[in-house]
Design a protein around this ligand. Sequence first.
Ligand code: AHM
Ligand code: MG
Length: 336
Amino acid sequence: IPEQALDRDCTTLSRHVLQQSESFSPEAQDLSAIMSRIALAGKLISRRLSRAGLMADVLGFTGETNVQGESVKKMDIYANEVFISVFKQSGLVCRLASEEMEKPYYIPENCPIGRYTLLYDPIDGSSNVDININVGSIFAIRQQQGEDLNGEAEDLLQQNGRQQIAAGYILYGPSTMLVYSIGRGAHSFILDPSLGEFILAQENIKIPEHGPIYSTNEGNFWQWDESIRDYTRYVHRHEGYTARYSGALVGDIHRILMQGGVFLYPGTVKNPQGKLRLLYETAPLAFLIEQAGGRASNGEQNLLDIVPEKLHHRTPLVIGSKEDVNLVESFISEHK
Ligand code: AHM
Ligand code: MG
């Protein structure tokens, strides 16, 4: 095999992060190391998921309810702990906050030097695990602001989504895929299980300006605001749309990233702020989609401008191709 071909075919994730940063500065090296740890978590979770149906103790509920009142599945717990354990050895991350933990988790031995915070949803769409369809993990990295003297990570409640320094997701589908951005475009990698490496698949992904995919849980129609119902009626009455909804955000948004369109999780009567959480679900995805040339909003405001009021702050989400997000927003503003 000519060396060039080998080189081209095998850009690994950690090397890509360094190349992206254009320098071997300490920060670039930190980011590369952090991304490698995230990739390791992805490999461990992927391996467990691939055998989920074979292992009696992997599927099903634990019997506990998490901070958000949702029943907790064994895979959620496993994946949550995988991220903690891979970062214990990193030295770089002092704090982690996830969907599965009421409070930020501190790794005291990393805190003297670890200025980074990892925000993550270990298993997005976990109801899909038991029926063997796609799930994901979502992550974002932020830099700690200030000294965090009271140990409650309050600086997270003073930052908006533009202060993320990296974000992305891992999609556990027919193959395992990692899509990330450090603010220089969005790039995808596929896990080669025989090498145990994420190999570059697509650099500088560009989402179409407009696309056919319409992705939302229309079972909530009765609970939506009239503006969202009007948008839905518009879709029903126009040619060129196709509905797709898997119950796992990561998969649905990945499809939209590739093919164009819009994903909506609006507020409902029961949950006026919708279901999805800002810090480790909507803001990381918004960061990534903007890097691919798309948009994300809460229907009225750019999602990356929102500052959370609490760790598990929820926001409505409209995300995808620019023109489609703009159109949804125009229905919302007309109803004001
Ligand atoms: P989870 O992180 O608890 O799994 O919840 C998030 C998921 C998203 O992936 C998905 O888009 C949404 O919940 C589906 O919710 P619904 O069943 O209300 O449509
Ligand atoms: Mg989730």
